[in-house]
Design a protein around this ligand. Structure first.
Ligand code: SAH
Length: 311
């Protein structure tokens, strides 16, 4: 079978999330500390007030993983309804345990037409990217056949990079962000990637916390790509929305009181103090998750500065 690389990645990840426990392979911010989800809940609550506090507000999460981010957020903000966009039946089951009463959807297009706050942590990085490689004759697109790359000449509007350069285009992520923009959602995207896009390959496969072969044994490792925030911002603007940020995760979490909330919890539960201190450190240290991870909001045109994006 010959598959375009993004189709291969989509198939591999669908199989991976349907069958494996992703948290055996990698750790995400809401799994590290309850404060992460509480801060997102606080953000959603203020954002909702800024929207004029619509009674029928939906809190929607894309790719909710174990459901713990939402469970933590709901202690701070109680929306009229909770919606999950999740394709993995296995993870839906886990999410239902932590968040009773949630409603599941296959795609954003299936979420009802009501006022929406949308959150997505480490969701866009799981969506499939197309990969192009520059050869002497021009740009080629990468396909996959039997565990190897195959290159097919293609007409594509990309910069005139040096031979051997790789470019990635995340059409699925751009389409998702544009759809959120068209819906008039207030959306918060947290993911890892550079502010400016550049040439280079970022796709990686992770199994048991270690790098694995991307093309071998699809479905047994998590395949992800850096999120190109500039391209996503452009997609949101082209769809008629405004964009705030991206800002670094450490700036965002610090502005929203990560350390104060951590100190408060540590005083109440001294046995957890060391754990909370290490968790806050891991979420904000530049050499850990503080700097590579970025936070970007998409909002209706002219919307006031949202919490964490005021400067
Ligand atoms: N947000 C969680 C989980 C991140 S893992 C956390 O921070 O811990 C990626 C999540 O996105 C998983 O829940 C996975 O099943 C889901 N997912 C991946 N591709 C998807 C797709 N195309 N549509 C909907 N959900 C998807």
């Amino acid at each position: 079978m010959i598959e375009r690389f993004d189709h291969f990645m989509a198939r591999a990840n669908a199989a991976y999330y349907a069958a494996r426990d992703p948290f055996a392979d990698f750790v995400t911010a809401p799994e590290i500390s309850q404060v992460f989800g509480e801060i997102i809940g606080g953000w959603a609550r203020i954002a909702w007030e800024m929207m004029g506090a619509p009674r029928d507000i939906m809190l929607v999460e894309a790719g909710p993983g174990s459901g713990v981010l939402m469970a933590d957020a709901l202690r701070v903000f109680k929306p009229a309804s909770v919606h999950f966009i999740e394709t993995s039946p296995r993870l839906r089951e886990a999410q239902g345990q932590l968040v009773p009463g949630a409603v599941w959807h296959e795609a954003l297009a299936d979420v009802p037409a009501r006022p929406m706050i949308l959150i997505a942590n480490e969701f866009l990085d799981a969506l499939p990217v197309r990969q192009f490689i520059r050869r002497a004759a021009g740009w080629m697109e990468r396909y996959v056949e039997a565990g190897d790359y195959l290159e097919v000449p293609v007409e594509v509007a990309l910069p005139d990079d040096p031979e051997g350069s790789v470019r990635e285009v995340n059409e699925a992520a751009e389409a998702f962000v544009a759809a959120a923009a068209r819906r008039g959602a207030l959306a918060l995207f947290i993911d890892y990637g550079p502010e400016k896009s550049s040439a280079g390959e970022s796709v990686q496969a992770i199994r048991d916390g270690k790098h694995a072969n991307k093309l071998a044994e699809p479905g047994t490792a998590d395949i992800s790509a850096h999120v190109a925030f500039a391209a996503l911002g452009a997609a949101a603007r082209a769809a008629g929305a405004d964009v705030q940020g991206p800002v670094k995760q450490n700036a965002f979490l610090t502005a929203l009181g990560l350390f104060q909330r951590g100190d408060f919890l540590a005083r109440k539960n001294p046995e957890k103090a060391e754990y909370l201190r290490l968790a806050a450190q891991r979420l904000t240290a530049p050499e850990a998750m503080g700097s590579l991870f970025k936070v970007m909001a998409v909002c209706p045109k002219g919307f006031a500065a949202l919490p964490g994006f005021e400067t």
